[in-house]
Design a protein around this ligand. Sequence first.
Ligand SMILES: Nc1ncnc2c1ncn2[C@@H]1O[C@H](COP(=O)(O)OP(=O)(O)OP(=O)(O)O)[C@@H](O)[C@H]1O
Length: 303
Amino acid sequence: MNTISATGLLKSYGDRAVLRGVDLQVPEGSISALLGPNGAGKTSLVEILEGHRRRDGGSLQVLGLDPGSRADFGQLRRVMGVVLQQTMLEPGPSVHDLLRRQASYYRRPADVDEMVSTLELTDHVSASVRSLSGGLRRRLDIALALIGRPRILFLDEPTTGLDPLSRRNIRALITEVNTAGTTVVLTSHDLEEVQQLADRVHVLSGGNFVTEGSPSDLIHSSGTATRVTFRIGSADTALLPGGAVLEGDTVRYEVTDQDALLAQLSSWSRDQGVQLDGLTISQPSLDDAYAALVGATTTDGGR
Ligand SMILES: Nc1ncnc2c1ncn2[C@@H]1O[C@H](COP(=O)(O)OP(=O)(O)OP(=O)(O)O)[C@@H](O)[C@H]1O
């Protein structure tokens, strides 16, 4: 079953068409990532999915509700958690008061003290929002989004501005929340984060998704090469499988079918009576694949 089902979504600002008939299916229980260059329309799309921005056309169901309808939005907000790209916290109240107030809007909220401890805000519960650093505000944003135990969680660049340890903890928390049953829609420019978290990746460019699939599907379809290197020693290079590049005593291959190459190399080394000394295999990352798939064809959207 799909938690989000969108067909033909349209959005323009003046005469600039940002979404040109976007179709999106987000399976229940997945972590789906929306990628695309600056200005591609990710935030516009996510805010339409959340019901925080009006669409110009197309049909949309989120958990069977239409976020663009006022009545449905009222129901949706009780089962939805949202972390916006920019934090919009009221500056006055303390961390604890804000979380308590937010929890009071839900029928079965999470425990406030537990949430404070999970997001490592314990030392700051009495501090007013205005006194928090950017990273602490981000953690509070996430705590507020999770306090209602949402069925769907929208995260727009959730770990931007966090220190490496907090980033790691937030990623672990996202996985945990997802494992407990929450569907997650993630927008991020951090492709390592996306590769680590997402089951599905949708790349938006020029007003539509230009490619969709699992991170490994995208890596595979980009044709990005795996790099295989080893040291040659005194072996005869003449009989090496084709495609070898010799750099001093190191042999390098760039291939898309690593299994075939490794099978050939293993018979070569057997025939030569040598080891594949210092063999390293560097798999391409989602970052490499994204650059190959999107890099040359995109431009900044003009902000
Ligand atoms: N309220 C608005 N009024 C006019 N133009 C807008 C508005 N919001 C967004 N835009 C424009 O729409 C385009 C898409 O913006 P959007 O923020 O959705 O992209 P994005 O993919 O989220 O970008 P980024 O990765 O930089 O956050 C940009 O050209 C932006 O300037």
